[in-house]
Ligand binder design. Structure first.
Ligand code: SAM
Length: 344
């Protein structure tokens, strides 16, 4: 019989009662609980064997912490950092009630690692998206350590990918990509998710108070008035057209191709909804699609943005319509960490 996941990860999944961690007594789910399949795929990438010392960022419900606790076994250890105090306390109670003795929980900003824990780790896994892989993590890992984390891949808001990288003792070596999205890591408790914690360069609200935001490199370091005016046009004179892709083409592949090939020219946006868009925006106009629907475009202003987006689709086809399987991560050294970008 074949299983989807490696035997150790499958055994960990089979031995942990997910609902005990992710459901509250009233039946509601703990916020931001990740799908077990995504968790398991990332644990497979992490390659956790017995005896490993794991740093986890984003304890959340404690479910993934319990899986990690099982994977490392009695000789291993899991240090898990969560920014929301109530979640840390809840997970601590649950993990203790389930006899998980190889786990230490810390409440704080996991982007800073686990300061004060005195531990050196050989695996790091994060469940919240970082802007770059922070040096703080690398200061706490042993040579040969494997890191798996969602990371921003363009510098624009809401553009994510999970990356696996290996620390060779001096530098980080990029290894693999996995398509998955997680909320941005934040250093304090957040009470809204419609405006991203970073990357929204222009923001206005409509009459119902809903936020509309735009993220684009041309807006950076400038007055944001041009971006606000463009968002206002999207509110007052939106148009819809067939998108740049046909019904049989793969929207997600095109979306990721744009992340890899057009990071400097792209814009991302939200139009008053919890749906993130991507496309072309200039002070004169915008044309936007979503990650799972490039068959429809919302646009406003002049038609040049629409033509540019159509041209990007033609280039994608000319390149053989590649998806994530044809992409690789590239690391760039930054001030306090490693930025991740995509390359074909
Ligand atoms: C997708 S959820 C975690 C899911 C969790 N692994 C589970 O199995 O339920 C992401 C978690 O990361 C936490 N988080 C976000 N930013 C953080 C940060 N800077 N440091 C630590 N935790 C953070 C959130 O509060 C949230 O609980």
């Amino acid at each position: 019989m074949t299983t989807m996941f490696s035997p150790p990860v499958q055994a960990a999944l089979d031995s942990v009662d997910e609902a005990a961690y992710t459901s509250r007594p009233d039946g509601s789910r703990v916020p931001q609980t990740s799908a077990p399949k995504i968790i398991a795929s990332m644990l497979d990438l992490l390659d956790v064997t017995p005896g490993r010392r794991v740093l986890e960022i984003g304890t959340g419900s404690g479910y993934s912490t319990a899986l990690l606790s099982g994977l490392v076994g009695d000789d291993g250890h899991v240090t898990s950092v969560e920014v929301v105090p109530e979640l840390t306390a809840r997970a601590a109670d649950l993990l203790s009630a389930h006899g998980r003795r190889n786990v230490e929980l810390i409440c704080g900003d996991g982007v800073k690692g686990a300061p004060g824990s005195g531990q050196i780790f050989d695996r790091v896994i994060a469940w919240a998206t970082v802007e770059r892989i922070p040096d703080a993590w690398l200061r706490q890992v042993a040579p040969g350590a494997v890191l798996v984390t969602p990371v921003n891949v363009t510098g624009l808001a809401k553009t994510f990918m999970v990356v696996r990288a290996r620390y060779d003792g001096r530098a980080l070596q990029p290894q693999q990509l996995l398509e998955a999205g997680f909320v941005e890591a934040h250093d304090q408790v957040v009470d809204q998710w419609l405006v991203p914690p970073y990357g929204a360069d222009a923001l206005i609200r409509d009459e119902q108070g809903r936020p509309w935001w735009l993220s684009a490199r041309w807006l950076r370091g400038r007055a944001t008035a041009a971006g606000e005016a463009l968002l206002a046009r999207l509110i007052t004179e939106p148009r819809e057209s067939p998108g740049p892709l046909t019904e049989v083409e793969d929207s997600a592949a095109f979306y990721n191709y744009l992340l890899a090939t057009r990071p400097a020219e792209l814009a991302t946006a939200a139009l008053g909804e919890p749906v993130w868009r991507i496309g072309c925006a200039t002070p004169a106009g915008a044309a936007l699609i979503t990650a799972d629907d490039a068959q429809h475009t919302v646009h406003a202003g002049d038609e040049e943005a629409l033509r540019v987006l159509t041209g990007w689709a033609e280039t994608w086809r000319a390149d053989g319509s590649p998806g994530v399987d044809r992409m690789r991560p590239v690391l760039q050294r930054g001030d306090d960490g490693w930025r991740v970008r995509l390359a074909l």
